[in-house]
Design a protein around this ligand. Structure first.
Ligand SMILES: Cc1ncc(COP(=O)(O)O)c(C=O)c1O
Length: 380
């Protein structure tokens, strides 16, 4: 039965089975609510630095054309990404953030009752997308030892009703990767009617040689593989919303039929194009993030905390006490993080912390052990 709204129209019942996305708290909100000025945000896996001057200039320049609709096909950006990755322009799709691409691809392939397989915990958009389309969620816990995707278990869950398997690599919220051999073994056994979606929003931060990108796999010509990338993380354009995907041509055609024709705005196209001319600047930033990630992991480990080896721009640390209390106490000190308890019982002592500037990370590293110590003493 469909529940009626007060006004008589009907909302699809599956909508009420969706748990809404809870974004990281914005800096301004924390300042307003807690009356503190000095607030840092390590909650949404953003880059801590604004864009290079060249990107800002491109944004300023394009502002004079804001009376016009953007190029619906993102021609120049498509060409540039095609050249950078060596992938045909016809196989590239763009989304208002890679989040939109997850939804568009799901719209293209899922019919009610289909099963969608992904890891638990993983990116919170997957259950939203699956549930709202009437799909059955198959959530496969990450492996106990290294928090990788349990691809053997995922394989066991495959049957004719499965439409899509999502592999988030590196995984959010854990930062861990699923290794090359496991991925190739898995791919050998997956029937071709199942779409394998590699979500690689954090791929640029990977240093582990045992990582294989879905881009490489896509280029090997597997017909049922697609890969999503984002300008939100390594290129720091989270505020502009731009994601891209490499997908089989047939899927690109489907996505292009159903997407909003101007889903990539004029400013996002111009900024992303300029970004791709600033690879040296971004490489420097990437190196800072990687160095800081290693420093955070080393310092937290030497203070006795368990940290899983992250390959993304955030870390997942076990505080050993109630993470909601840690989150709240840090918030009062002006440090916004992500409470691991939202990722289920298994992670109720964990915190996800984005790599910030070295100064921001210093602040987290000095406040975090103090807060944990207070909670251990019973001082809530
Ligand atoms: C794994 C993963 N995929 C996709 C996204 C979506 O990024 P965007 O929509 O900003 O491109 C995120 C954002 O946090 C993410 O963590």
């Amino acid at each position: 039965m469909r529940p009626n709204s007060n006004r008589g129209f009907k909302i699809r019942p599956e909508i009420y089975r969706v748990s809404p996305y809870i974004p990281g708290k914005p800096i301004d909100e924390v300042k307003r609510e807690l009356g503190i000025e000095d607030v840092i945000k390590l909650a949404s896996n953003e880059l801590p630095y604004g864009p290079p001057l060249k990107v800002r200039q491109a944004v300023f320049e394009v502002a004079k054309e804001l009376n016009r609709y953007p190029d619906s096909h993102s021609y120049y950006l498509r060409q540039k990404i095609s050249e950078k990755f060596g992938i045909s322009p016809e196989c590239i799709v763009f989304g208002n953030g890679s989040s939109e691409l997850i939804k568009l691809i799901a719209d293209a392939v899922i019919v009610e009752g289909d099963r969608v397989i992904y890891a638990d915990p993983s990116f919170v958009m997957y259950p939203i997308v699956a549930t709202s389309r009437g799909a059955v969620k198959v959530e496969v816990p990450l492996t106990a030892d290294d928090l990788a995707h349990d691809l053997n278990r995922m394989l066991e869950m495959i049957d004719d009703s499965v439409t899509m398997v999502i592999i988030c690599n590196p995984n959010n919220p854990t930062g861990t990767i699923t290794r090359k051999k496991q991925i190739y073994d898995f791919l050998k056994n997956v029937p071709p009617h199942i779409l394998i979606m590699f979500d690689e929003a954090y791929a640029e931060f990977v240093t582990d040689k045992d990582f294989v990108s879905g881009v490489e796999i896509f280029k090997e010509g597997l017909p049922n593989v697609c890969v999503l990338r984002s300008f939100s993380k390594a290129y720091g354009l989270a505020g502009l919303r731009l994601g891209y995907g490499f997908v089989p041509e047939e899927l690109a055609d489907a996505v292009n039929r159903i997407r909003e024709p101007f889903n990539i705005n004029l400013v996002a196209q111009a900024a992303a194009l300029a970004c791709l001319d600033c690879e040296e600047e971004y490489e420097e930033i990437r190196q800072i993030v990687i160095r800081e990630r290693e420093r955070m992991e080393a310092e937290l480990s030497s203070s006795g905390f368990t940290v899983y080896r992250s390959q993304a721009n955030f870390i997942f640390v076990d505080s050993s006490v109630d993470s909601t209390l840690v989150f709240k106490k840090l918030l009062k000190k002006g440090v916004i993080t992500r409470d691991g308890s939202i990722f289920g019982e298994r992670f109720k002592t964990f915190l996800r912390v984005t790599i910030g500037t070295p100064e921001e990370n210093d602040r987290f590293l000095s406040e975090f052990p103090l807060v944990v110590e207070e909670i251990r003493r019973g001082d809530f």
